[in-house]
Ligand binder design. Structure first.
Ligand SMILES: Nc1ncnc2c1ncn2[C@@H]1O[C@H](COP(=O)(O)OP(=O)(O)O)[C@@H](O)[C@H]1O
Ligand SMILES: [Mg+2]
Length: 261
């Protein structure tokens, strides 16, 4: 499949979920979002989003400003707002749609939000230790500092005094400090210089090699597509494309229509 021709029509074609599977068509994907609908009060924002991610894959979730990317990530992380009214979310045979955000985190979902949420008054190390107060704990601090040497060097520094790039690394590191299966990244490259983006991209590739599955939302679509295996494009809360990242890079018309690049 490439473009879903009539995404606004109620009868639009759903992505063919069997086409990416290397396994039997009946086997569920590692991480599946099926027909997700979510509201902010009366505002109907996530309007039937579905996609599949295989274990260890990086999926770029793209679309213009206001397309519903952040809302989709928040619904998947089971935050209260937007309120999910319909849909299923499966991770490694567990159904997240019946869980609250705390339970979803225990099941292995970690959302790194756009504003990074570094806790003021705490050092780098204390920010990481706080993430490990509750079980299940993920990477050790030593392993985290091996991946992010700069955080190791600055472990005694207050987290909010770090540079933007270092704060982004700290918020990713904090997710790894939890026992994580799926990393949800909301605009991790925002406001960062290209050289810092290079560094974070390298780190995300190493995290991928460790078998962690990643969903990355980015306005910097080209950089996200260079990192990702596959891409899903949202427009007004619905999926308008589901395919490989390369297909999007190669399809100028698609990029112009939905990504304005
Ligand atoms: N807290 C909220 N209350 C009401 N509407 C919201 C809220 N947050 C986002 N929206 C609306 O939901 C739509 C999708 O927003 P969002 O998911 O943030 O898009 P994206 O991340 O793709 O830019 C937008 O129209 C936005 O105005
Ligand atoms: Mg957003």
């Amino acid at each position: 499949m490439a473009l879903i021709e009539d995404s606004k029509s109620k009868t639009y074609e759903k992505p063919d979920f069997s086409r990416h599977a290397n396994q039997a068509a009946t086997a569920p994907a590692y991480f599946s979002v099926w027909d997700l609908h979510a509201y902010y009060g009366e505002s109907y924002i996530v309007q039937g989003v579905s996609f599949n991610v295989h274990e260890g894959e990086i999926l770029a979730l793209l679309g213009r400003n206001g397309a519903g990317k952040t809302s989709t990530l928040r619904a998947i992380a089971r935050l209260d707002s937007p309120q999910m009214t319909h849909g299923e979310i499966w991770l490694d045979h567990k159904h997240l749609h019946t869980m609250n955000s705390h339970q979803a985190a225990v099941a292995g979902i970690q959302l790194v939000p756009e504003d990074r949420r570094i806790i003021a008054g705490l050092t780098v190390e204390e920010n990481l230790q706080l993430a490990q107060i509750v079980e299940p704990v993920g990477w050790s601090l030593d392993r985290i500092y091996e991946l992010f040497p700069r955080l190791g060097e600055r472990r005694k520094q207050e987290g909010v005094t770090l540079s933007g790039g270092e704060q982004q690394m700290l918020s990713i590191a904090r997710a790894l400090a939890r026992d994580i299966k799926v990393l949800l990244l909301d605009e991790p490259y925002e406001g960062l210089a290209p050289v810092i983006v290079d560094e974070i991209e390298k780190t995300l590739n190493i995290i991928k090699q460790q078998g962690i599955t990643t969903v990355i939302v980015e306005q910097n679509a080209v950089r996200a597509l260079m990192l990702a295996d596959r891409a899903v494009i949202l427009d007004t809360g619905t999926v308008v494309f589901d395919g490989t990242a390369q297909e999007v890079l190669d399809n100028e018309a698609l990029r112009a229509e939905y990504l304005a690049i």
